[in-house]
Design a binder for this molecule. Sequence first.
Ligand code: TPP
Length: 314
Amino acid sequence: MLEGRVLEERLIRMQRQGEGYFWIGGPGEEAFNACVGLLMKQGQGLDYDYLHAHYRSSATLLALGAPSIDALRQMHNVKTDPYSQGRNFVGHFSKREWNVAPITSPIEVQFSIAIGTAHAQRRHGGEGITIVQGGDAGTAEGDFATCLVWSSRPNAELPILMIVTNNEWGISTHASTQHGEKNIADRGKAFGIRTAICDGNDVESAWFALEEAMRYVRNERRPFLLQANVSRLYGHSSSSGSNYVESETDCLNVLADKLAARGFRSPDETKRLREQIEASMRAWYEQVITEPKPDPEDAFDFVFADKNHVGGEA
Ligand SMILES: Cc1ncc(C[n+]2csc(CCOP(=O)(O)OP(=O)(O)O)c2C)c(N)n1
């Protein structure tokens, strides 16, 4: 969780220094997202979990074991970025070896795409599940309704965990002006989908809610809709200023207070740990800014299945 926050703060600074074009990320979602990564059945293929994550899911990827330096590389758009070779926004990761599907910039389309892996896993059997995650405003898109419908068809239910991380904002539009339903999770009930709501700012609430939801989907091969209430600690993105929002709950403080109260880690030890991570992050950043940019000649590599379509060698 700490590394996730230090990473995001470094990314915000890079954008402000002109070392990246745009920042969007997950400060405020570390408690919940780290749990998603730690609880996933990690691997490649239908026997393992598929993740169709959100552009705020950086802590999930770190929890799965991805190095922070690769996010710095995508921010600085260098060729060494393993996710897009320096050609996509930060936070737009993917990793075939861990069943992590590419992050999309158009919101909510992951809820339509995830039906595909969930359908394949339904046919395949076993205990692999599909996890799909998006924000509260995105649930207004048709893709969310598509997922509710396709995941709950009678006798064709899908092993899919739908997660809505609810920070109560869609850029600058507040949820209170948009939602007739009391809770977003309630929308699952009309389809017979099991639902739950957890406090995504509290690592224990998040962990146990996710553990139970995943166990249900894994064993029953049926859908589950989990709403996690989270904070948006640095606003929407660099486009909205990316300043720390004092009035929102900070999940790192919630955990630090618990660890101190239970005698696991003093505030001083937490501070020292943060400083160590900041020193590592700085070293990774200094390395990344020396790395090469992509070449114009390979702009179309991996755009088409057959690169010869764009004038490569016959
Ligand atoms: C299809 C589509 N419409 C609009 C946008 C512009 N847009 C980017 S993020 C965003 C708000 C998303 O809010 P929410 O789903 O609650 O997620 P959050 O960013 O708050 O985590 C919008 C409208 C987009 N990227 N894609």
